[in-house]
Design a protein around this ligand. Structure first.
Ligand SMILES: NC(=O)c1ccc[n+]([C@@H]2O[C@H](COP(=O)([O-])OP(=O)(O)OC[C@H]3O[C@@H](n4cnc5c(N)ncnc54)[C@H](OP(=O)(O)O)[C@@H]3O)[C@@H](O)[C@H]2O)c1
Length: 239
């Protein structure tokens, strides 16, 4: 049975992933700021869930992470799933700051610690929930797309590092969802919207296969490729 931590599991994709892993018999550390939701989730699998309530934009990330690892008795897989972003016509500093604090600063502190933990241990699997928004700039949420690009590019770097350093026991997965039906799905016109349960089930299978990058749902691969190769003069009218 694996020991898994999901940073940001009180709702949405993270909560459904936590349920899948607990249902498969694994031990799961779940985090978030909403203690009441973590408590309700823990009631579903009291012997398999441990919780730690904290804000990834605060100063105590590593203390909380170490506490969770201690409660689980080790760590095999960590998924950095906490995320924030919002659309804004005006360039709102509050939104931009919270986005970067959550998706970049909290992310890198936890991911950096965990990668080094896995190097010392000789094995482990590190995943992040980035976004299709990582591929190009977004006029309505520039900080969000930039912060998700940071995550995906950082993870590509970590993936290469495992190859160069021959860290054969360490696996890296960059998860890029399109629209998933949660409060994070922000757009005037949404399409191919998946339920959090379906998204979690596809992520679960991709992580089992140790894929290095995965699009959720799978057909978002097409949008990813279109967005990546679309000429600027077209993308800049719609992005
Ligand atoms: N929904 C989509 O369409 C979509 C598309 C692409 C990528 N994503 C990404 O998928 C991930 C999961 O999002 P979701 O759609 O499932 O939305 P969600 O239901 O809002 O889940 C976000 C999770 O992150 C946690 N979180 C957010 N800010 C936090 C903070 N400062 N400190 C600690 N925990 C924090 C939340 O817990 P608390 O609120 O309890 O703290 C919650 O458990 C995010 O990274 C998001 O960017 C979503």
């Amino acid at each position: 049975m694996k020991k898994i931590i999901i940073i940001g599991a009180s709702s949405g994709i993270g909560k459904e992933l936590a349920r899948l892993y607990a249902g498969a018999g694994h031990f799961v550390g779940v985090t978030g700021r909403r203690q009441d939701l973590l408590y309700l989730l823990q009631l579903e699998y009291p012997n398999q869930f441990v919780t730690e309530c904290f804000d990834v934009t605060g100063n105590g990330n590593i203390v909380h992470l170490e506490s969770l690892i201690h409660k689980l008795g080790g760590l095999d897989l960590l998924i950095y799933n906490a995320g924030y972003g919002d659309t804004h016509k005006d360039l709102d500093w509050g939104i931009d700051k919270t986005t970067v604090d959550t998706n970049v600063n909290g992310f890198i502190e936890i991911v950096n610690y965990t990668f080094n933990y896995f190097v010392r241990q000789g094995h482990g699997h590190l995943a992040t929930t980035s976004s299709i928004a990582s591929i190009r700039g977004n006029g309505m949420a520039p900080a969000y797309s930039a912060s998700k690009a940071f995550q995906s590019v950082y993870f590509e770097g970590l993936h290469i590092k495992t190859k160069v350093m021959k860290l054969t026991g360490i696996h890296i997965t960059d998860i890029q969802p399109g629209f998933v039906d949660t409060k994070r799905a922000k757009a005037d016109k949404k399409f191919w919207v998946s339920s959090p349960a379906k998204a979690a089930s596809q992520i679960f299978r991709a992580l089992e296969k140790k894929k290095w990058r995965v699009y959720i749902t799978r057909r978002w691969w097409l949008i990813a490729k279109l967005a990546k190769w679309m000429p600027d003069f077209i993308y800049h009218r719609i992005g």
